[in-house]
Design a protein around this ligand. Structure first.
Ligand code: URA
Ligand code: CA
Length: 432
């Protein structure tokens, strides 16, 4: 087999065989296929697309390019959730204890990564004492006992994806549905998921800005799951404004606690119930999505979801009293309100810009070396469609500095007030 023939085949719109895709991914991972040929192939895929079979083959070739995690010693159907990424997306912190309260095993491997705020692990580390250094045996034991544990990423998972993603980043080939879908699904499958729930975001703060693109990506990922024996479902959800109110690490932990008590922001609660229902249903703990949602509402109302969160924190060294007294979480030194300069209706809160403002406060990593300030961030008081009067507080900045000119400029760019505006749809579609 010769790589140049594979490139020409894809360039001309023909299908690559399973063997060809395996040959390409193995050769690229091992350094036998150089970046320039892989770039040409990625661009050919970008223009010609891939069939369902090709995307499934590509996904599995990337899964087998490195280590895979074996979760078979954990009882039950291991369901994982993936979000294509948004601003202030606190869903994982809520969903993990919420579905675990219904005995769905949550065996979560999480990362830190770059972004507007930290990853799930950074957020959890704002709980005093909490750690993710579990060995494999402890991890399995805790999931079997408590139905929930979170560990840091270990092992050499999907090295082909790491290499290819970095290459796509500098060759204008990130935005290709087959490449995105196989990248995401390969990581989830390598991490041991039996079933996968996908939250595909659409809107200004999302990777897929338009609804058609988001839907096509979701459909491709669900098809991959079905082709490789992993059940999958997807939700297309709005990211035209930040999710919930809080953007920041400790601030999002507090928001998660409120939501587990049934006192969180309504949009965040609704999205968690929708994603959570899919997880519970795929795990076989409810006969329908409707029944799953009723069960989730019940564990929020009777306190079992919050109790599960406490058990989870305790079992990983965390101070679970923060769940009853969130003021024990790290607090920023200064809290500054930003006031409405005119009366009207909130018509825009550009999620990306608000996320960058939170990052400037220190809530997120600009480079891998950045040390995150867990206390800082932004708490919105208004969302799109809310009425405001001149002088109302639109949001509060939680900061550890008083030099906030840049942050305030970003915030003013992000929020618009108009005469009228509609609330955006939160959930656009469900893909099964
Ligand atoms: N996220 C991923 O993990 N991979 C992509 O290709 C795009 C987004
Ligand atoms: Ca939030």
């Amino acid at each position: 087999m010769r790589i140049v023939e594979c490139i020409e085949k894809k360039r001309d719109g023909k299908q690559l065989s399973t063997e060809e895709i395996q040959f390409i991914i193995k050769g690229y991972t091992e350094g036998e296929i150089p970046d320039y040929q892989m770039s040409a192939l990625a661009m050919a895929i970008y223009f010609q697309g891939m069939s369902t079979k090709e995307v499934a083959d590509l996904t599995m070739a990337m899964v087998h390019s490195g280590d895979t995690i074996d979760l078979s010693s954990i009882d039950g159907v291991k369901v994982d959730k993936h979000s294509t990424g948004g601003v202030g997306d606190t869903t994982t912190l809520i969903l993990a204890p919420l579905v675990a309260a219904l005995d769905v095993p949550v065996a979560k491997m999480s990362g830190r990564g770059l972004g507007h705020t930290g990853g799930t692990i950074d957020k959890l580390e704002s709980v005093p004492g909490f750690h993710v250094e579990l060995d494999n045996e402890q991890f399995v034991k805790q999931v079997n006992q408590n139905k929930i544990a979170v560990v840091g990423q270990s092992g050499n998972l999907t090295p082909a994806d790491k290499k290819l993603y970095a290459l796509r980043d500098v060759t204008g080939t990130v935005n290709s549905i087959p490449l995105i879908a196989s990248s995401i699904m390969s990581k989830k499958i390598a991490a041991g998921a039996d079933a996968i729930v996908l939250d595909v975001k659409t809107g200004s703060g999302a990777f897929m800005k338009d609804l058609d693109g988001a839907r096509a990506l979701a459909q491709t990922m669900v098809q991959i799951g079905n082709s490789v024996g992993r059940q999958a479902m997807a939700v297309i959800s709005d990211m035209s404004q930040p999710l919930g109110f809080a953007i920041g690490n400790a601030l999002e932990v507090k928001e998660a606690i409120d939501t587990l008590k049934g006192q969180g922001p309504k949009d965040l609660e609704k999205l968690c119930l929708t994603l959570g229902s899919q997880m519970v249903y795929l795990a076989g703990k409810a006969a329908s999505l409707e029944e799953a949602e009723e069960k989730l509402k019940a564990v929020m109302a009777n306190g079992r979801a919050l109790e599960k969160f406490k058990v989870f924190l305790q079992s990983q060294g965390g101070d679970s009293s923060i769940a009853d007294d969130p003021s024990r979480l790290p607090q920023a030194q200064y809290q500054i309100d930003i006031l409405a300069e005119q009366s009207g209706v909130i018509s825009e809160i550009v999620a990306d810009t608000m996320g960058v403002a939170a990052m400037h406060l220190g809530a997120g990593r600009i480079t891998k070396e950045t040390v995150i300030d867990l206390a800082v961030g932004i708490v919105l008081h208004k969302k799109i469609g809310d009425k405001v009067k001149k002088g109302d507080a639109l949001l509060t900045i939680h900061a550890n500095t008083q030099e906030l000119d840049e942050v305030k400029t970003l915030i003013h760019e992000s929020i618009k007030i108009a005469d009228k505006a509609e609330r955006p749809t939160l959930i656009y579609d469900i893909i099964k």
